[in-house]
Design a protein around this ligand. Structure first.
Ligand code: IVH
Length: 688
C-alpha cells in the first residue's frame, strides 16, 4: 500500500476508534495501540506534507495560539431551562403544558440526566465541522472552534447516511469524575493548583487561547439539542428521540441514559431513581431534563424570552452547601488513627441533615487552611462521610487561628506517633480505651460477627464499667450484666418534660441481646477474620483467605509472607499486616478465648451448593432496589462466584439497575448477558 492510501486508511481507522470509544463507549483497541496509529499517521504526513488536510486527526491541535476569542452570533438563540425544584413543580409543569395543548391524555416526554458542564454549539456544513461556540448570553457566544476541535469525542467530519447539509447541534462539554481526579492529582504533583470541580475545569479548559492546553484535558461531550438543520437527514428529526437516535449514526455522542416517559408519573419515577443513583454515574449530574418528545408540539408551545415552554430541568438537592465549623475534635479509631472531625452547624445536604464532617488529617487541614469559626463548603456523596471542600475565606472571623491536632492521644494521653511517610497520626497504645471501643464495635458489626443490638452506647458503658475488656468478654456477659446496665436515655414525663436519665437496659433488651450474642457463636471463618480487625483485611479479603486456607485459623496465624502472597488477590501490604497480627501475643490470646467461648465456623467447602456458581463473574451497575451492593456481592460469593467492578469478556452477567450507564453499553457490545435485579434474585435463589 502506498503512502497516500495508508494515510487515508489511518485517518479512517482513527476516526472509527474515536467513535467506538466516545459514542459507543466500547473501545476495541488499547490506548497504546491508538497512539501507535496516530504516530504512524504523523510520520507519514511529515514525509508528505502536501497530503495533510484540515480534517486529519493530526490537525486537531492548532499551531499558533490565538490572541483572543472572537464572538459569534447563534443563528437560533441558545435558550436556557426553567427549573423545577421538586416533584410538585414537575407536576405543575405538566399541568401547564397539557392546558396549553388542550390535552387530557398523558404526554410523551423524554427525560435525560442533566449534565453539569458547559453548553456549546457545533456547526457542521456539508458534514464538516466549521464552527464551535459557547452559549454566551444565548444570542452571542465565543468562537472556540480551535478548542473544540481538540476533543476526540467531536468528529471533524460526520459519517453515515443522510448527513444534513447544515447541522447545528448543541451539547454539554464535561469531564468524568475519575478523569478529573487523575488530572488534579497530576496538577498537585506538578505543583499546580488543582481545580475546584469538574464543571469549572471544563469551562476553563475550553476558553484557552493556547489549544494545546485544551487538548491535554480529558474533555468529553454529549449532544442533546438542535439549532438549524437543512438538507438530507432533516426528515429524521421530528422528535427528541429521533434526534438522539440519529446523532450517534453521524458519529456524535449522546448520553444513552435517556428514557421515553409516557405521562408525568413515569417522569417522576425516573426523577426519583436518577437522584438516588446520581453517585453511580461516572460524571456529575445535577438534575433531570424533561422535554416534550414531538418537535411539532414543541413548536406549538413555543418559548418565553429565555427558556422554552416545552422543557424543564428537575433539579436535585444540592450536594454542596455552606455552613460554619463550630469545633474540631480529634477522634481515635480502632486502629489508633487520630482523625480530626469538624462539628458543623447542622445543615441539609443532598436531603440529609449533616452535623459532622471528616477533615481526614493534619495535611488536609493545612492544605485547605481550615479553622474553627470558618464558613465552609460541605459536600456529601452517597453514603460517604461528609467532607469539607473548601473555606470561604472572606467570611473568616479575625480571631480564627490555624488548627493543630494534639500530640497526645485525646483518649488515653499516650504519645501520638506519625511515621514520616504517612499522613495519619496514630496512638500506639493498644490498650487505649478509644481503640478498644473501636475494635469491639467493629467485631460486632454487620459484616463481622453481626451481633444485632450491641450498639455504640452499650459497648461504651460495658467498657466503662469494666464488664468488657476485649471482644472475647462479650461471650461471658451474663443476663444480670446486661439487664442492670444503665444507659443514658431521653425520657419524657409530665412533671419534668424532656430529661436525660440513666435507665437500665431491662429484661426485654437483655434477653434479646443475649440471644443475639449466642447466635453469633455460629459464624463463618471469613466473618471472624474480618471481625478481628487485621489492618487492610476487609470483608472481601477475609473471604479470599477463608477459601485459600480452607477455614484453618492455625494456617492463617502461622503463614509466612511468601505463603500469603502466593494467594491470588493477596499483596505484600496485606501479607505483612497478617504476619504482624499473628506475631502479637495479645491477638493469639484473644482468638484462643473466642474459641474457648464456643465460637465455631463451618468449613467453607462443606456448605451444600456453595460452588453452584463457581467460576462465574458478576458485575453490578446502577442502583439496586431490594438489597445493597454489599448484600448482592456476598450472595454471589456464597455461591462460589466472583463480583468484579468492571465489565470484560469474562463477565458472566451484568446486573443492571436504574442509572446503569456505560457498563451496560459495554456489556451489550461485548455480548455479555444483562439481567435485572429481579432476574438476578431468581438466579441466585434457585441455586440455594
Ligand atoms: S436542553 C432549550 N438537555 O442545562 C433546551 N440541557 O439549564 C436547552 N444541560 O444550558 C438545553 N444537560 O447547559 C438540555 N440533557 C440536557 C442537558 C442540558 C445539561 C444544561 C445546558 C443548558 C442548561 C440549562
Amino acid at each position: 500500500m502506498d503512502a497516500p492510501e495508508r494515510i487515508i486508511e489511518l485517518r479512517q481507522l482513527i476516526d472509527e476508534h474515536n467513535v467506538l470509544y466516545y459514542v459507543h463507549d466500547s473501545p476495541e483497541i488499547s490506548d497504546a495501540r491508538y497512539d501507535d496509529l496516530m504516530r504512524e499517521l504523523e510520520s507519514l504526513e511529515g514525509e508528505h506534507p502536501s497530503l495533510v488536510t484540515q480534517d486529519s486527526p493530526t490537525q486537531r491541535v492548532g499551531s499558533a495560539p490565538q490572541s483572543e476569542l472572537s464572538s459569534v452570533d447563534h443563528r437560533l438563540p441558545m435558550l436556557s431551562l426553567a427549573n423545577a425544584k421538586d416533584e410538585d413543580e414537575l407536576r405543575a409543569f405538566d399541568e401547564r403544558v397539557r392546558k396549553a395543548l388542550g390535552s387530557d391524555a398523558p404526554l410523551e416526554y423524554v427525560a435525560e440526566p442533566k449534565l453539569d458542564g458547559l453548553a456549546v454549539e457545533l456547526v457542521y456544513e456539508q458534514g464538516r465541522l466549521v464552527l464551535g461556540s459557547t452559549r454566551g448570553d444565548g444570542v452571542t457566544g465565543e468562537d472556540i472552534t480551535a478548542n473544540l476541535r481538540t476533543l476526540r469525542a467531536i468528529p471533524l467530519v460526520l459519517t453515515g447516511q443522510d448527513v444534513p447539509s447544515l447541522l447545528e447541534v448543541r451539547g454539554e462539554v464535561f469531564m468524568h469524575k475519575d478523569d478529573f481526579a487523575a488530572m488534579n492529582r497530576a496538577r498537585l504533583e506538578a505543583g499546580e493548583t488543582p481545580f475546584a470541580n469538574p464543571r469549572n475545569s471544563a469551562a476553563g479548559s475550553l476558553r484557552q487561547l493556547d489549544t494545546t492546553i485544551t487538548a491535554s484535558r480529558p474533555l468529553r461531550i454529549f449532544c442533546y439539542g438542535l439549532g438549524s438543520v437543512d438538507g438530507p437527514g432533516k426528515n429524521k428529526l421530528h422528535s427528541q428521540i429521533g434526534l438522539l437516535e440519529a446523532l450517534p449514526q453521524w458519529g456524535l455522542p449522546v448520553n444513552a441514559n435517556y428514557r421515553r416517559c409516557l405521562g408525568m408519573d413515569e417522569v417522576v419515577a425516573m426523577y426519583r431513581e436518577t437522584e438516588r443513583a446520581r453517585d453511580t454515574f461516572p460524571y456529575d449530574i445535577d438534575g433531570l431534563v424533561v422535554k416534550i418528545n414531538s418537535f411539532a408540539l414543541q413548536q406549538q408551545l413555543g418559548e418565553r424570552s429565555r427558556s422554552p415552554r416545552w422543557a424543564i430541568a428537575g433539579k436535585f438537592k444540592a450536594e454542596q452547601v455552606t455552613t460554619v465549623i463550630e469545633d474540631i475534635e480529634a477522634s481515635v479509631g480502632r486502629t489508633g488513627a487520630v482523625t480530626p472531625v469538624a462539628h458543623l452547624r447542622p445543615v441539609e445536604v443532598g436531603g440529609v441533615i449533616v452535623s459532622r464532617a471528616t477533615l481526614h488529617n493534619q495535611d488536609e487541614i493545612d492544605r485547605k487552611d481550615i479553622r474553627v469559626g470558618d464558613t465552609v463548603w460541605v459536600q456529601r456523596a452517597g453514603d460517604v462521610i461528609p467532607e469539607v471542600v473548601r473555606v470561604v475565606t472572606s467570611k473568616r472571623p479575625p480571631s480564627a487561628k490555624p488548627y493543630r491536632l494534639p500530640d497526645k492521644c485525646p483518649a488515653c494521653g499516650h504519645k501520638v506517633y506519625r511515621p514520616e511517610d504517612e499522613a495519619v497520626a496514630r496512638c500506639v497504645n493498644a490498650a487505649c480505651p478509644a481503640q478498644v471501643q473501636g475494635r469491639v464495635e467493629h467485631f460486632v458489626s454487620k459484616g463481622a460477627m453481626d451481633i444485632d443490638g450491641l450498639g455504640r452506647r452499650i459497648v461504651e458503658e460495658l467498657l466503662a464499667t469494666g464488664r468488657l475488656k476485649t471482644a472475647a468478654d462479650i461471650y461471658s456477659l451474663t443476663y444480670d450484666d446486661l439487664a442492670t446496665l444503665e444507659i443514658e436515655r431521653t425520657v419524657r414525663s409530665k412533671e419534668e418534660g424532656e430529661v436525660k436519665k440513666q435507665v437500665p437496659l431491662g429484661d426485654k433488651v437483655a434477653t434479646k441481646l443475649l440471644a443475639a450474642i449466642d447466635a453469633s457463636r455460629q459464624t463463618t471463618f471469613a466473618r471472624l477474620v474480618y471481625g478481628l480487625g487485621i489492618r487492610n483485611v476487609g470483608e472481601h479479603t477475609a473471604k479470599v483467605l477463608s477459601r485459600a486456607l480452607d477455614g484453618n485459623m492455625g494456617r492463617l496465624l502461622s503463614a509466612t509472607r511468601e505463603q500469603l502472597q502466593a494467594i491470588d488477590e493477596v499483596g505484600p501490604i496485606v501479607a505483612d499486616a497478617i504476619v504482624r497480627f499473628g506475631a502479637d501475643e495479645a491477638n493469639i490470646k484473644l482468638i484462643a478465648e473466642l474459641l474457648a467461648a464456643g465460637v465455631v465456623w463451618k468449613r467453607e467447602a462443606a456448605d451444600a451448593g456453595a460452588q453452584a456458581l463457581a467460576g462465574l463473574t458478576f458485575v453490578f451497575t446502577g442502583s439496586l432496589e431490594t438489597m445493597t451492593r454489599a448484600e448482592a456481592q456476598s450472595m454471589v460469593e456464597r455461591l462460589g462466584a466472583r463480583a468484579a467492578s468492571s465489565v470484560s469478556k469474562k463477565t458472566a452477567y451484568l446486573v443492571a439497575g436504574p442509572g446503569a450507564g456505560s457498563k451496560r453499553a459495554k456489556a451489550e457490545s461485548l455480548g455479555v448477558k444483562v439481567i435485572s435485579e429481579a432476574e438476578f434474585r431468581d438466579l441466585v435463589e434457585n441455586w440455594k
